[in-house]
Design a protein around this ligand. Sequence first.
Ligand code: ADE
Length: 222
Amino acid sequence: MIGIISAMDIEMKTLVHLLKDKKKKVHAGLDYYTGKLDGVDVVICRCGVGKVNAAMHTQILIDKYKPKALIQNGIAGSLVPSVGKLDLVVGSELVYHDMQDYVIKNFDPLEPVYYADPALVEKAKEVAGDEGGVHIGRIATGDTFVSSTKEKDAIFKKTTALCVEMEGCAVAHTAFLNKVPFVVLRCISDSADDNASESFDELMPVAADCLVDMITHLIKLI
Ligand code: ADE
């Protein structure tokens, strides 16, 4: 069984639509779908937006479904000019941008960086091919929709991440503590700058579906 976690309905609805032998269960008020995605057993959950929702539903998914791997997918805001809109980012490293370094260093259990499973990153790379528009690297997570150039620049300065979103590191953190291999896949909907909201509204539906092919291929290699 492979677990797929998305924050919003729009980020998982095509995958749910493609499920065969689909069954639905509700845990802590949210829907979990099990079934076969292109012949592979998966459980898909919409965890809701933000770190608490993401961590909570990652733990529930792990406890109840014992996945052999987790894929966290969704959209993100780019932090660097080389990562363009609708590009894909394979998150090989996840960090929090809204937690102080002092706290991370001095309190347990916190890590400065959560590393995705190298084999999953390699497989995601293989599936993506070399068509361009695919980036492997660090993703920053925090509890804000980043929509100002000033905030974006500060997050890049602190993290050197390729993009920013609101759940990836919380899923990574929970998966790490449970020793479950994970990878985070994101498609860029905006540049996290002063125009982020307009770009997000316009590109969200396209960006949310960009990862469907990659995920259906990737799960067959796990
Ligand atoms: N997800 C997509 N775009 C985002 C942004 N600009 N900030 C945080 N999360 C996002």
